[in-house]
Design a protein. Structure first.
Length: 365
């Protein structure tokens, strides 16, 4: 497509700049750390811990490549000191309790991390008043999802039936409150925007209660996979798709006030709709090259999970010249190939990760 952004050096926006990523030890945070490091940024992280078991952060040895501050984002005094010491040019706020089922098991922790964590970050920025550009990452689940057939736009009503979704809707309300109260004037030192992305998949995700890690682990162990909602559709997209959007947001903020205080959706190709079972079948095909070894069990689901959700990305397309690049099959191939490379242990997995970013950047619209 003519005049779309050619991924992605981001006009050297990040080269030599100090970047703080909250939640940097998580799945998306690890991919973003690698991408920014390869763009020549000085990357700092802030996370409460490293995920137990396999984690991309450990697998890629990111600890030796960036400086991570291990602390709870809700420890306001420590957060204030960390930001003041780093004085980051850009902040990507990814720290979150990101699992829907865990939000039912630990609702207080979910609201504390996702809502109060955002409050304390924005309050620290209000108090310090350092010059910085901030991308607050929430979720496509921030909308009051009535599971209708049309796509949600940024102006649609916020809500959430489960604690996770509600916490993300509340984080958006917090974001807009701070923008309107403290950061809306044209000479504000703090410029910020929020990003709402769909169900991201990609190599390196080992989280509990997520479909791709569950599939990979069941294939490795040759055990039966338990699926809760096989016919539910999800806005599946490769992790690099929304990350490219976040990086474009940061670039745009650094260039002026055009998008300050605005929210943006980042979702997959709108014409594509695929279910949980579609994703499972695609991975089975990639693993076995046939469908003769399908082995799953549908289990009861005691928790409410949406069956349908689509995002409209028209705003990102018009204002950022962003649109999704990878179709469903390419998304699955990128994801499967990362796990395959890691499991085969025949090449350096950090280099393979960088090569996937490079390949993504060379994809054509």
């Amino acid at each position: 497509m003519e005049n779309m952004v050619n991924l992605y050096n981001f006009k050297n926006t990040y080269k030599g700049k100090k970047i703080l990523i909250t939640g940097n030890t998580g799945f998306k945070g690890s991919w973003l750390s690698v991408w920014l490091k390869e763009l020549g940024a000085k990357v700092y992280g802030l996370s409460i811990d490293i995920p137990s078991g396999n984690s991309m952060y450990n697998i890629l040895n990111i600890e030796k490549k960036i400086e991570t501050n291990f602390q709870d984002i809700n420890n306001y005094d420590n957060l204030l000191d960390t930001i003041n010491n780093i004085k980051p040019d850009f902040i990507f706020h990814l720290a979150a309790q990101a699992i829907v089922i865990n939000s039912y098991l630990e609702p207080i922790n979910t609201f504390e991390t996702n809502v109060l964590g955002t409050v304390k970050l924005l309050e620290a920025l209000r108090v310090l008043n350092i010059k910085t550009n901030v991308v607050v990452v929430t979720s496509d689940k921030c909308y009051e999802n009535n599971e209708h057939l049309w796509s949600y736009r940024e102006s649609d009503k916020l809500g959430g039936k489960d604690p996770y979704s509600a916490s993300k809707g509340a984080a958006e309300i917090v974001f807009h409150s701070y923008v309107n109260s403290f950061f809306s004037h044209t000479n504000s030192n703090v410029k910020l925007t929020s990003a709402r992305a769909g169900n991201v998949i990609g190599g390196g995700d080992w989280s509990e209660y997520r479909l791709v890690p569950d599939i990979i682990n069941s294939l490795i162990a040759n055990t039966q996979l338990e699926i809760r909602s096989p016919n539910a559709t999800r806005p599946w997209q490769h992790v690099l798709e929304p990350l490219s959007g976040y990086l474009l947001l940061g670039q745009k903020l650094s260039e002026g006030n055009d998008i300050n205080g605005q929210s943006f959706n980042f979702g997959p190709i709108s014409e594509e709709t695929f279910s949980v079972l579609d994703l499972y079948n695609e991975f089975i095909h990639l693993w076995h090259q046939d469908h003769t070894k399908i082995n799953y069990l549908v289990t009861s689901n005691n928790y409410h999970e949406a069956n349908f959700l689509k995002l409209s990305c028209d705003k990102a397309n018009i204002l950022l010249r962003w649109k999704p690049i990878l179709n469903f099959k390419k998304t699955c191939n990128y994801t499967f190939n990362w796990y395959k490379s890691y499991l085969n242990k025949k090449e350096d997995i950090y280099a393979f990760t960088v090569n996937q970013i490079t390949s993504f950047c060379n994809e054509k619209y």
